[in-house]
Design a protein around this ligand. Structure first.
Ligand SMILES: Cc1cc2nc3c(=O)[nH]c(=O)nc-3n(C[C@H](O)[C@H](O)[C@H](O)COP(=O)(O)OP(=O)(O)OC[C@H]3O[C@@H](n4cnc5c(N)ncnc54)[C@H](O)[C@@H]3O)c2cc1C
Length: 433
């Protein structure tokens, strides 16, 4: 078999590439029995639909918005975010730094005083691209109070790393930076103004995020997609991919496979590439999905949990994205636990999760769990330490010279969204042509 372009991995980045290649000469190889990657939705026998944790479409471009409307037609809804932070036994609006209202007065006082002191000192609008660690950036931007009660504990839990080792390169617009006046206003009033990059989002009415995958797939010829494929090795000199379905000769590869996995498939890679790959760091996410025999268990879309005593960093409610994701008179939720390494006891984490959900008053002792699905996301968040950028430059430049193009969150090795993956698929096709 011989193709101009072979796409490795059929997540949203790989599918977007295939969609934009249209009738070109290409083949997409996926190791699982179906495409979608972590944008799949699993339907249980008793009628619950679980994404690999909530996958919401926060859009910044008209291109992707128009594409989604074209693909999903009426099966797309714009929703205004209703999300909160749970800390000190209190629910406050997101983002924490702009909505201290409701917290114990002592904490509000501490947060505001520290922020003012910070602003009176050498504050000069610190930019995200400064060489500060994320830890120092938080202290310089928000002062000690907001850092202590939210920024530091929440991010330590999510990234599972010392924040002194984390750079600010991943941040972009993800962390809202309200003006002092906005912080004060949000501390003395229940400010309902939604701020931040995710103030609204799109989500399918039916079928979970899988609907988007299905719509993309419908526009790609079936013969161009091969699932259940095991890639054995890639010979970059002869341009041959050895697989369980035979040898495939290629001109270009677009890979979306996690970078450390991909590098292991390469026959005799350059030594700085194979050594560099060993230095890449990431965290994994255990995604616990449960269905509860009570409706409307929360009116929120998702809640952040900064405190160490809770095992999870975020909990979301599928039924508030769409009622069709669970049967009548039930609710369903996703719980996200970040972890490092391979040896985790999923059942132990599950039990602690249930007791933590009760402690946070999200579920009651009388509630029954009527559905449970634990999904693992081995590559969840790429860690931006100081080594990452130079390593990536070396690795990705090496591949580019071999007509191998890295796209998608785990191949480009970045903190990116479904929208970014769609755009990267489109842009790589322009580059290939
Ligand atoms: C916890 C969490 C929550 C998120 N929430 C959101 C959100 O709300 N909104 C948003 O826009 N984004 C969200 N994202 C990001 C989003 O999931 C990603 O940007 C996007 O799914 C990446 O798609 P991808 O195709 O690059 O990767 P993947 O979905 O990982 O696809 C890679 C594909 O490659 C396949 N593959 C792997 N190894 C091989 C191999 N050896 N051979 C063949 N195939 C292989 C995999 O099976 C998979 O199908 C979230 C991510 C996480 C971890």
């Amino acid at each position: 078999m011989k193709y101009n372009t072979v796409i490795l991995g059929g997540g949203i980045a790989g599918l977007s590439t295939a969609y934009h290649l249209r009738h070109d000469d290409f083949l997409l190889l996926e190791k699982e029995s179906d495409v979608g990657g972590i944008c799949r939705t699993i339907k249980t026998d008793n009628g619950f639909y679980y994404d690999f944790t909530g996958h919401l479409l926060h859009l910044k471009t008209d291109y992707v918005k128009n594409l989604l409307i074209k693909l999903l037609k009426n099966n797309l809804r714009l929703i205004a975010r209703n999300s909160c932070i749970y800390s000190n036994n209190t629910l406050t609006r997101y983002p924490f730094q702009a909505n201290l209202y409701g917290l114990p007065v002592k904490i509000i006082e501490e947060c505001i005083t520290e922020l003012i002191e910070r602003k009176l000192s050498d504050f000069k609008n610190i930019s995200a691209d400064s060489h500060l660690s994320f830890y120092d950036w938080c202290l310089k931007t928000f002062g000690k109070g907001i850092s202590k009660y939210f920024m530091i504990p929440y991010n330590e839990k999510l990234w599972q790393t010392n924040l002194n080792n984390l750079t600010t390169e991943w941040m972009g617009n993800y962390i809202p930076k309200p003006a002092l006046s906005e912080v004060v206003y949000g501390a003395v009033t229940d400010n309902k103004k939604n701020i931040g990059y995710n103030a609204t989002f799109y989500y399918p009415n039916k079928g979970g995020i899988q609907s988007l995958i299905d719509a993309l797939k419908e526009n790609i010829a079936h013969k161009n997609i091969k699932t259940n494929v095991k890639i054995i090795s890639i010979d970059t000199l002869k341009k041959i991919i050895k697989t369980n379905i035979g040898e495939i000769i290629y001109e270009n590869i677009v890979t979306t496979i996690p970078l450390p996995v991909f590098i292991k498939l390469i026959k005799n890679p350059a030594i700085n590439v194979s050594n560099g790959s060993k230095k890449l760091k990431w965290t994994s996410v255990l995604n616990i999905n449960i269905g509860i025999d009570r409706e409307n268990i929360s009116d929120k879309h998702w809640i952040y949990f900064p405190e160490k005593k809770f095992s999870f960093y975020r909990v979301g409610f599928y039924n508030n994205f769409s009622k069709s994701l669970c049967p009548n008179k039930t609710s369903s939720m996703y719980i996200e636990v970040s972890y490092k390494g391979k040896n985790i006891n999923k059942e132990k984490i599950y039990k602690k999760t249930l007791s933590d959900l009760k402690a946070a008053k999200i579920i009651k002792s009388s509630d029954k769990v009527i559905s449970k699905l634990i999904l693992d996301i081995p590559y969840g968040y790429v860690i931006y330490d100081k080594e990452r950028t130079p390593l990536l430059n070396t690795i990705q430049n090496y591949f580019r010279k071999l007509n191998i193009f890295n796209i998608g969150r785990y191949s480009k090795w970045n903190y990116s969204t479904m929208e970014d993956a769609i755009l990267e698929g489109r842009d790589i096709v322009k580059c290939l042509r």
